[in-house]
Design a protein. Sequence first.
Length: 311
Amino acid sequence: MSTASTKNKLVVILGPTASGKSDLAVKLALRLRSGRNKFGIEGAEIISADSRQVYKGLDIGSGKITKKEMQGISHWLLDVANPKRRFTLAQYQKLALKAIKNIQKRGKLPIIVGGTGFYIQSVVDGIVIPEVKPDWKLRKKLEKLGVGGMFKKLKKLDPKRAKNIDAKNPRRLVRALEIVLKTGKPVQKSGRLTSQFSILQIGIKKSPGELKKNIHKRLAKRLKKNAMINEVKKLHRALSWKRLEEFGLEYRFVAQYLQNKISKEQMIEKIQKESEHFAKRQMTWFQRDKRIIWISGSHKAKQRIDIFLNK
RNA sequence: GCCGAGGUAGCUCAGUGGUAGAGCACUGCUCUGAAAAAGCAGUGGUCGAAGGUCCGAUUCCUUUCCUCGGCA
């Protein structure tokens, strides 16, 4: 009866690293299994929004959920990319939208879970990404100009963009130039689509102290029996140290340790500290979105979802 | 006890006769095909203590306390 009203619904569970997103999502999904809920939906499936968990083989270091932890709930967008290649926002957006529609078509509720704010935003706001694929050769060439050179060039080719770009940020300058050079014309801000979904965004709130403790605990667990170090060693059979360092955090510092660039103690300190920084950056990102409802326990999350599904 | 080195921002240290800086940490922020990425901004010090010289001392001199090496 109420299936029609749940048809385009989408729930997002987000939060900083080590806040317990995956657990909560599974818990919520289990509660909605068909026959057990009063909302007339056929269950729920989870879509990951994590820029590292998309890669095959990045398991322990990225905190990927295990088969067992999934408890029978389907998970999408894990292990969809080869770590040798770079996965991008646009790819994520396409795959995520496809997954959402697939899930909704079967009368189930899609739950996006993750900490990559940019990825989440790309589907929640339906960002329009300029149709210019990354050209790594061009980027390399451009980078040689340095930020000063690139900024000058952009000023000439796309003065409007140059006006509000972060003039000292090489990544932004490269992309802006890439767009002008490839399309031949200045591409101005591309705007957003109004979202096609009815969305509930729930954020998990944790105090800095709690987060710190969770990160620490989690790190100790990953280090047990050399599990994480062995994972990186294994990955190195196919990936360069440079590539591994690009993944950041655990992968960056374990790779540095294995190359004898830093000691084991330094590795641990670095992972801890950088993860704390990362969590902060994530929160800075999320806090801009006033639609997010912040909760601290799973009970509140359940309540919110019930209200949402009943609408 | 003697000799040497040093005490400057939370940490590691630079520096100057005209009341101080860097990196990291900390705080806040940016973000449209690399986002665990890449960037930006801000807070913070009576320069170990007390005297002296000087128009003026964190910088020079004396004393004193503390730390670290070496010798006893």
